[in-house]
Design a protein around this ligand. Structure first.
Ligand code: MEV
Length: 335
């Protein structure tokens, strides 16, 4: 394909939190997921040499667990994340016979491997850049056909990193907002009341693929119990949808804590997470649970403003704190 390119193309895509249903969603259960106000940004420049290079800036102070950090220190997460991302881009460039060389700079507000959808947001952002190059529509509104293409290709890229994935992270990063998933195919946007959500980043990164494999073993070894837990998770999601629209915050918090018990039983919690959740509950949070794959990662907390200082005070001993997050309506954007 011989085309005239703009000097550069930029895109950004949000991370996510899973409010209800992680892991069980891999088994066709329901889930409720929100895009959040933390994004992965990318800028592609055209170079004279054919191929793709992915680089990242340095911003270790504000966010010590980002791609940039890993890239600078040459840590394994750099190789693990950046290499599949380059391979994914090369795959699309080959498939569409694009005669280009690209240098792509990534800057992310999403820590890696802590359940906030860093890999999905990177894949969605890159998929957006590549679609924009293929279609030559930089800066225009993204059509629904293009958004679907971006989602499907990002999912392909994410599966290069995590092997098996339900696709919910890429979906919400592409489309934004708060989404109810039923099975893999039925998705509905939820209009929710304002929800006072907070994150606690344990700074213990996990491998999503290992945790998904662990749950697969559990589902095989304890199939009857796993079926019961999956149906409990589905019921929690169905109730969660109703409560999030206009129900009580207390009930949403209670459902989150119930959901966490299921995650604990399938073995994706840790001693530290149990300690954190115990602290939140004793200090008056409405509910708390793992968000994402678990095994470290992040804890999602629902808490009223009057309880925040008590929770933060008690978390100090673990050198942790609450970080307010908002649900983000914007999915992928092209600039
Ligand atoms: C990871 O963010 C969520 C999991 O449910 C895996 C997936 O849905 O692909 C653990």
């Amino acid at each position: 394909m011989d085309i005239t390119y703009k000097p550069q193309v930029s895109a950004s895509a949000p991370g996510k939190v899973i409010i209800f249903g992680e892991h069980f969603v891999v088994y066709n259960s329901e889930a409720i997921i929100a895009a959040i106000n933390r994004r992965c940004f990318g800028r592609a420049e055209f170079t004279g040499n054919l191929g793709v290079w992915i680089a990242s800036g340095v911003d270790t102070k504000s966010n010590p667990y980002t791609i940039e950090h890993a890239a600078v220190r040459g840590e394994p997460s750099n190789k693990k994340l950046l290499e599949p991302l380059s391979t994914f881009c090369r795959h699309i460039i080959r498939e569409y016979a694009l005669d280009v060389g690209l240098k792509i700079y990534i800057k992310s507000e999403l820590p890696i491997g802590v359940g906030l959808g860093s890999s999905a947001a990177s894949c969605v952002m890159l998929s957006g850049i590549l679609r924009s190059i293929i279609r030559l529509n930089h800066g225009e509104e993204i059509s629904s056909t293009d958004r679907k293409w971006i989602y499907e290709n990002a999912l392909y890229g994410e599966q290069m990193i995590h092997n098996k994935s339900s696709g919910v992270d890429c979906y919400v990063s592409t489309y934004g907002g708060l989404v109810h998933f039923v099975g893999f195919t039925e998705t509905t946007s939820i209009k929710s009341q304002p929800l006072p959500f907070f994150l606690i980043n344990t700074r213990r990164s996990h491998e999503t693929s290992e945790l998904v494999s662990h749950v697969r073993r559990f589902s095989r070894n304890s199939s009857k119990r796993f079926e019961e837990l999956t149906s409990d998770a589905t019921a929690i999601c169905s109730n969660g949808v109703k409560e999030m629209a206009n129900g009580s915050l207390e009930e949403i918090g209670r459902l989150m804590t119930e959901n966490h018990k299921l995650l604990r039983e399938i073995g994706v919690s840790t001693k530290e997470i149990e300690k954190i959740i115990g602290i939140c509950s004793r200090c008056g949070s409405l509910g708390a649970k793992i968000t994402g794959a678990g095994g470290g990662g992040s804890v999602l907390v629902l808490a009223r403003p009057e309880t925040i200082s008590a929770i933060n005070g008690a978390l100090k001993g673990l050198d942790l704190c609450l970080e307010a997050i908002k649900i983000e309506d914007r999915g992928l954007t092209l600039d």
